[in-house]
Design a protein around this ligand. Sequence first.
Ligand code: 13P
Length: 247
Amino acid sequence: MAPRKLAAGNWKMNGDLAALAEIDALVTAHPAPGCEVVICPPAMLLHPMKARAGAVIALGGQDCHANRSGAHTGDIAAGQLKDAGATYVILGHSERRADHGETDAMVAAKAAAAHAAGLTAIICVGETESQRDGDETLTVIASQLDGSIPEGATAANTVIAYEPVWAIGTGRTPTTDQIAEVHALMRERLAGKVQDAAQVRLLYGGSVKPGNAAEIFAVPDVDGALVGGASLKAIDFGPIIAALAAA
Ligand code: 13P
Protein backbone atom coordinates (compact mmCIF):
# COMPACT_ATOMS: atom_id res chain seq x y z
CA MET A 1 0.00 0.00 0.00
CA ALA A 2 1.31 3.46 -0.87
CA PRO A 3 1.92 5.87 2.01
CA ARG A 4 -0.92 8.28 2.81
CA LYS A 5 -0.49 11.52 0.86
CA LEU A 6 0.44 14.64 2.81
CA ALA A 7 0.22 18.30 1.80
CA ALA A 8 2.11 20.37 4.37
CA GLY A 9 2.16 24.16 4.50
CA ASN A 10 5.06 25.97 6.20
CA TRP A 11 4.01 29.53 6.92
CA LYS A 12 7.50 30.41 8.22
CA MET A 13 7.48 33.87 9.89
CA ASN A 14 4.32 34.95 8.08
CA GLY A 15 0.73 35.35 9.17
CA ASP A 16 -1.29 36.93 11.96
CA LEU A 17 -4.77 36.57 13.44
CA ALA A 18 -6.33 38.05 10.29
CA ALA A 19 -4.72 35.25 8.26
CA LEU A 20 -6.91 32.69 10.05
CA ALA A 21 -9.50 33.48 7.37
CA GLU A 22 -7.30 31.45 5.00
CA ILE A 23 -7.90 28.40 7.20
CA ASP A 24 -11.66 28.89 6.96
CA ALA A 25 -11.32 28.94 3.16
CA LEU A 26 -9.16 25.80 3.16
CA VAL A 27 -11.56 23.95 5.45
CA THR A 28 -14.34 24.75 2.99
CA ALA A 29 -12.25 23.70 -0.05
CA HIS A 30 -10.87 20.57 1.61
CA PRO A 31 -11.25 17.64 2.26
CA ALA A 32 -9.71 15.89 -0.67
CA PRO A 33 -10.23 12.24 0.21
CA GLY A 34 -7.09 10.20 0.88
CA CYS A 35 -4.98 13.29 1.34
CA GLU A 36 -3.93 14.70 4.70
CA VAL A 37 -3.33 18.44 5.06
CA VAL A 38 -1.19 20.09 7.74
CA ILE A 39 -0.46 23.78 8.26
CA CYS A 40 2.57 24.82 10.32
CA PRO A 41 1.98 28.47 11.32
CA PRO A 42 4.03 30.61 13.70
CA ALA A 43 3.54 29.06 17.16
CA MET A 44 1.34 31.83 18.56
CA LEU A 45 -1.28 31.04 15.90
CA LEU A 46 -1.55 27.34 16.73
CA HIS A 47 -4.17 27.64 19.42
CA PRO A 48 -6.56 30.03 17.64
CA MET A 49 -6.02 28.16 14.38
CA LYS A 50 -6.99 24.87 16.01
CA ALA A 51 -10.47 26.23 16.66
CA ARG A 52 -10.89 26.96 12.93
CA ALA A 53 -9.10 23.89 11.54
CA GLY A 54 -11.04 21.35 13.60
CA ALA A 55 -10.36 17.80 12.49
CA VAL A 56 -10.14 18.74 8.79
CA ILE A 57 -6.65 20.24 8.82
CA ALA A 58 -3.84 19.11 11.12
CA LEU A 59 -1.45 21.65 12.63
CA GLY A 60 2.28 21.63 13.23
CA GLY A 61 5.05 23.69 14.79
CA GLN A 62 8.14 24.87 12.88
CA ASP A 63 10.73 23.86 15.49
CA CYS A 64 10.94 22.55 19.05
CA HIS A 65 13.56 22.32 21.78
CA ALA A 66 15.18 18.99 22.58
CA ASN A 67 14.33 19.35 26.30
CA ARG A 68 10.90 18.88 27.87
CA SER A 69 10.96 22.20 29.78
CA GLY A 70 13.36 24.55 31.51
CA ALA A 71 15.37 27.75 31.26
CA HIS A 72 15.49 28.20 27.47
CA THR A 73 14.20 31.69 26.77
CA GLY A 74 12.36 31.97 23.47
CA ASP A 75 12.23 28.24 22.82
CA ILE A 76 9.19 25.97 22.68
CA ALA A 77 8.96 22.40 23.94
CA ALA A 78 7.36 19.68 21.83
CA GLY A 79 4.79 19.07 24.58
CA GLN A 80 3.78 22.73 24.46
CA LEU A 81 3.18 22.52 20.70
CA LYS A 82 1.04 19.45 21.32
CA ASP A 83 -0.87 21.25 24.08
CA ALA A 84 -1.62 24.11 21.65
CA GLY A 85 -3.12 21.72 19.08
CA ALA A 86 -0.16 20.55 16.98
CA THR A 87 0.32 16.95 15.90
CA TYR A 88 3.33 17.65 13.66
CA VAL A 89 6.54 19.66 13.91
CA ILE A 90 8.97 20.64 11.14
CA LEU A 91 12.57 20.02 12.23
CA GLY A 92 15.93 20.79 10.62
CA HIS A 93 14.53 23.16 8.00
CA SER A 94 17.46 24.63 6.04
CA GLU A 95 16.53 28.10 7.34
CA ARG A 96 16.97 26.81 10.94
CA ARG A 97 20.16 25.00 9.99
CA ALA A 98 21.53 28.23 8.42
CA ASP A 99 20.11 30.87 10.82
CA HIS A 100 20.58 28.93 14.07
CA GLY A 101 23.47 26.60 13.30
CA GLU A 102 21.36 23.48 13.77
CA THR A 103 23.38 20.33 13.17
CA ASP A 104 22.13 16.85 12.27
CA ALA A 105 22.71 15.76 15.88
CA MET A 106 20.59 18.65 17.18
CA VAL A 107 17.84 17.79 14.71
CA ALA A 108 17.89 14.14 15.82
CA ALA A 109 17.62 15.19 19.49
CA LYS A 110 14.69 17.48 18.68
CA ALA A 111 13.01 14.71 16.70
CA ALA A 112 13.39 12.32 19.64
CA ALA A 113 11.75 14.97 21.87
CA ALA A 114 8.94 15.38 19.34
CA HIS A 115 8.36 11.63 19.29
CA ALA A 116 8.34 11.48 23.09
CA ALA A 117 5.64 14.17 23.11
CA GLY A 118 3.55 12.28 20.57
CA LEU A 119 4.28 14.56 17.60
CA THR A 120 5.15 13.46 14.07
CA ALA A 121 8.47 15.02 13.03
CA ILE A 122 8.82 16.38 9.50
CA ILE A 123 12.62 16.16 9.16
CA CYS A 124 14.07 18.33 6.37
CA VAL A 125 17.17 17.60 4.31
CA GLY A 126 18.54 19.25 1.19
CA GLU A 127 21.69 20.24 -0.64
CA THR A 128 22.96 23.75 -1.33
CA GLU A 129 23.52 24.95 -4.86
CA SER A 130 27.29 24.51 -4.62
CA GLN A 131 26.83 20.97 -3.31
CA ARG A 132 24.57 20.18 -6.30
CA ASP A 133 27.07 21.76 -8.70
CA GLY A 134 29.84 19.74 -7.05
CA ASP A 135 27.95 16.50 -7.60
CA GLU A 136 27.64 15.97 -3.85
CA THR A 137 23.85 15.86 -3.61
CA LEU A 138 23.38 12.17 -2.88
CA THR A 139 26.25 12.06 -0.37
CA VAL A 140 24.90 15.13 1.44
CA ILE A 141 21.34 13.77 1.61
CA ALA A 142 22.50 10.35 2.82
CA SER A 143 24.60 11.86 5.56
CA GLN A 144 21.86 14.29 6.67
CA LEU A 145 19.41 11.40 6.85
CA ASP A 146 21.82 9.22 8.81
CA GLY A 147 22.49 12.00 11.30
CA SER A 148 19.05 13.56 11.69
CA ILE A 149 16.77 10.55 12.20
CA PRO A 150 16.64 9.36 15.82
CA GLU A 151 16.30 5.82 17.16
CA GLY A 152 12.67 4.80 17.33
CA ALA A 153 11.63 6.55 14.11
CA THR A 154 8.67 4.91 12.36
CA ALA A 155 6.42 5.71 9.42
CA ALA A 156 3.84 6.91 11.95
CA ASN A 157 6.06 9.42 13.75
CA THR A 158 8.43 10.56 10.98
CA VAL A 159 8.06 12.28 7.61
CA ILE A 160 11.06 13.27 5.49
CA ALA A 161 11.05 16.42 3.35
CA TYR A 162 13.59 16.85 0.55
CA GLU A 163 14.09 20.58 0.12
CA PRO A 164 16.99 21.63 -2.11
CA VAL A 165 18.18 24.89 -0.51
CA TRP A 166 18.54 26.56 -3.92
CA ALA A 167 14.90 25.80 -4.80
CA ILE A 168 13.39 27.41 -1.69
CA GLY A 169 11.65 30.67 -2.47
CA THR A 170 13.48 31.04 -5.79
CA GLY A 171 10.92 29.78 -8.30
CA ARG A 172 13.50 27.22 -9.44
CA THR A 173 12.90 23.49 -9.07
CA PRO A 174 14.99 20.40 -9.79
CA THR A 175 14.00 18.33 -12.81
CA THR A 176 11.62 15.49 -12.11
CA ASP A 177 14.55 13.09 -12.75
CA GLN A 178 16.60 14.86 -10.09
CA ILE A 179 13.72 14.66 -7.59
CA ALA A 180 13.20 10.97 -8.43
CA GLU A 181 16.89 10.22 -7.90
CA VAL A 182 16.96 11.80 -4.44
CA HIS A 183 13.64 10.26 -3.34
CA ALA A 184 14.79 6.79 -4.42
CA LEU A 185 17.98 7.25 -2.43
CA MET A 186 15.98 8.40 0.61
CA ARG A 187 13.65 5.39 0.44
CA GLU A 188 16.62 3.04 0.19
CA ARG A 189 18.53 4.74 2.99
CA LEU A 190 15.51 4.65 5.30
CA ALA A 191 15.24 0.90 4.85
CA GLY A 192 18.38 0.53 6.96
CA LYS A 193 17.04 2.76 9.74
CA VAL A 194 13.25 2.45 9.93
CA GLN A 195 11.31 -0.81 10.06
CA ASP A 196 8.38 0.29 7.92
CA ALA A 197 10.48 2.41 5.54
CA ALA A 198 8.17 1.80 2.58
CA GLN A 199 5.40 3.62 4.45
CA VAL A 200 7.42 6.70 5.47
CA ARG A 201 6.03 9.73 3.68
CA LEU A 202 8.62 11.50 1.52
CA LEU A 203 7.75 15.11 0.67
CA TYR A 204 9.32 17.37 -1.93
CA GLY A 205 9.66 21.06 -1.02
CA GLY A 206 11.00 24.11 -2.86
CA SER A 207 8.94 26.42 -5.11
CA VAL A 208 5.94 24.06 -5.34
CA LYS A 209 3.14 26.04 -7.00
CA PRO A 210 -0.28 25.22 -8.46
CA GLY A 211 1.35 25.20 -11.93
CA ASN A 212 4.04 22.58 -11.22
CA ALA A 213 2.38 20.48 -8.49
CA ALA A 214 0.89 17.77 -10.71
CA GLU A 215 4.20 17.15 -12.48
CA ILE A 216 6.05 16.86 -9.15
CA PHE A 217 3.40 14.58 -7.59
CA ALA A 218 3.73 12.19 -10.55
CA VAL A 219 7.36 11.48 -9.57
CA PRO A 220 7.85 8.04 -7.98
CA ASP A 221 8.29 8.09 -4.20
CA VAL A 222 6.92 11.63 -3.88
CA ASP A 223 4.12 11.27 -1.31
CA GLY A 224 3.34 14.95 -0.97
CA ALA A 225 4.86 18.39 -0.60
CA LEU A 226 6.17 20.84 1.96
CA VAL A 227 5.02 24.18 0.61
CA GLY A 228 6.18 27.63 1.73
CA GLY A 229 4.94 30.72 -0.10
CA ALA A 230 2.09 28.99 -1.93
CA SER A 231 0.64 27.68 1.36
CA LEU A 232 -0.16 31.15 2.68
CA LYS A 233 -3.27 31.63 0.55
CA ALA A 234 -6.04 29.10 0.16
CA ILE A 235 -6.38 30.15 -3.47
CA ASP A 236 -2.87 28.74 -4.11
CA PHE A 237 -2.73 25.90 -1.59
CA GLY A 238 -6.18 24.56 -2.50
CA PRO A 239 -5.16 23.62 -6.08
CA ILE A 240 -1.93 22.03 -4.79
CA ILE A 241 -3.98 19.85 -2.41
CA ALA A 242 -6.31 18.97 -5.26
CA ALA A 243 -3.36 18.02 -7.50
CA LEU A 244 -2.00 15.75 -4.77
CA ALA A 245 -5.37 14.09 -4.25
CA ALA A 246 -5.62 13.47 -8.00
CA ALA A 247 -2.07 12.08 -8.33
P1 13P B 1 8.76 27.80 -0.98
O1 13P B 1 7.60 26.88 -1.29
O2 13P B 1 8.34 29.20 -0.65
O3 13P B 1 9.85 27.69 -1.96
O4 13P B 1 9.38 27.25 0.44
C1 13P B 1 9.64 25.91 0.57
C2 13P B 1 9.95 25.64 1.98
O5 13P B 1 10.97 26.02 2.50
C3 13P B 1 8.95 24.89 2.77
O6 13P B 1 9.46 24.49 3.99
